[in-house]
Design a protein around this ligand. Structure first.
Ligand SMILES: *Cc1c(COP(=O)(O)O)cnc(C)c1O
Length: 356
């Protein structure tokens, strides 16, 4: 482990007073963690410094060829005031997997984790208190060579920034309507779908915008070859309940392996549900829902944890699932997983790390 230097901000920002208006990703804390990489030297100079701008040459490679990856996890405040993390090391390990695909260096996960813990110690008062709120953690890695040749860069910057975020469900767990995209695709076999790279998001924004214009909150992506099989939603994996059986698309290289997905599958089995990973045709989903066999649909991801889907629209056919209401499976999994994250329910899987 490397020594982490700390430079404190001399002036601290005003913390938000109304925690019901935090929103997502708009307010940032007083400090950030940085670490540099150079080929032949490795990761070095880990440091916590006042939050602030970067100064980068316009020819910096990340602006042109997009070697950029990120992660997302949260710090939760328990009812007793203490703080805890949920599987943060899995996020750092996933960043290393993303890095390999993008020809970026494996993260020094140990130093990054120590940096995160130290940063949170300094910023602990920024973790909001109101029910359902949390401190969102955004680790990012990008290429910082100054050159326009197209190859893997030799210099990289890793940083972690933090932002207090509001409760995803201010008015309780609410089902969303989702547009099944049949023109654009998010990822293809052999591509970067399994990574959290910036480019995946850039490529998805247009379809998201069109879906929003049609009144849907997000896009459900189908496979990039035949556009017949369900992949995932924007930043959530998809699950479908057939009574007490939960099915989800198997990880095939084009789907992002969500940490929430894996946690929900594990918890579901522990709660007595059957789980199955496979290839799910969208036509079968529609048929099964219409026949009443498919009883619930929901997304899983760090932001919302569980997001019930009340309506799917595919090629102009609208499908109402579970009467447009939240079903018992989604409810149970949401209550259990958020209970563990906020320290209300005992964590029997070793997922939670208590900081204080
Ligand atoms: C981050 C992300 C998810 C959810 O992953 P979690 O680890 O559960 O937060 C799902 N799909 C995509 C495309 C993502 O980027």
């Amino acid at each position: 482990m490397q020594e982490i230097s700390i430079t404190r901000a001399t002036v601290l920002k005003e913390k938000p007073t109304d925690e019901s208006k935090l929103g997502f990703g708009k307010i940032f804390t007083d400090h950030m963690f940085l670490m540099d990489y150079e080929e032949g030297r490795g990761w070095h100079d880990p440091r916590i410094v006042p939050y602030g701008n970067f100064s980068l040459d316009p020819a910096t490679t990340v602006f042109h060829y997009g070697q950029a990856i990120f992660e997302g996890t949260k710090c939760y405040r328990r009812a007793d005031g203490g703080l805890q993390l949920f599987r943060p090391k899995d996020n750092l390990a996933r960043m290393t997997r993303s890095a390999r695909r993008m020809c970026m260096p494996a993260l020094d996960e140990e130093t990054a984790y120590e940096g995160l813990v130290k940063l949170l110690e300094i910023e602990q008062d920024w973790v909001p208190h109101q029910e359902g709120t949390s401190l969102y953690i955004r680790p990012t890695m990008m290429a910082t060579d100054v050159m326009l040749g197209v190859h893997a860069a030799k210099h990289y910057l890793f940083f972690i920034i933090l932002c207090p975020v509001g409760s995803y469900y201010k008015d309780g767990l609410k089902p969303v309507g989702i547009y099944v995209e049949d023109a654009y695709v998010r990822a293809v076999r052999g591509g970067t779908g399994f990574t959290k790279c910036a480019g995946n998001y850039a490529a998805s924004i247009l379809a998201g915008q069109i879906a929003e214009e049609k009144g849907y909150s997000q896009v459900l992506w189908l496979d990039g070859v035949e556009q017949r099989y369900v992949e995932e939603v924007g930043a959530m994996n998809m699950m479908f309940a057939y009574g007490n059986r939960i099915v989800t698309p198997a990880l095939n290289g084009s789907i992002l392996p969500g940490i929430t997905r894996e946690s929900v599958l594990t918890l579901a089995r522990q709660l007595g549900y059957e789980t199955e990973e496979g290839r799910l045709a969208i036509a079968d989903i529609f048929e099964d829902a219409k026949a009443g066999r498919l009883t619930e649909a929901f997304g899983t991801g760090t932001a919302a944890v569980i997001s019930p889907v009340g309506e799917l629209c595919w090629k102009d056919e609208k499908l109402i699932i579970g009467g447009g209401q939240i079903g018992p499976v989604a409810r149970k999994l949401y209550d259990t997983l958020t209970g563990i994250q906020f320290g209300r329910i005992e964590d029997k899987n070793g997922w939670v790390i208590r900081l204080s």
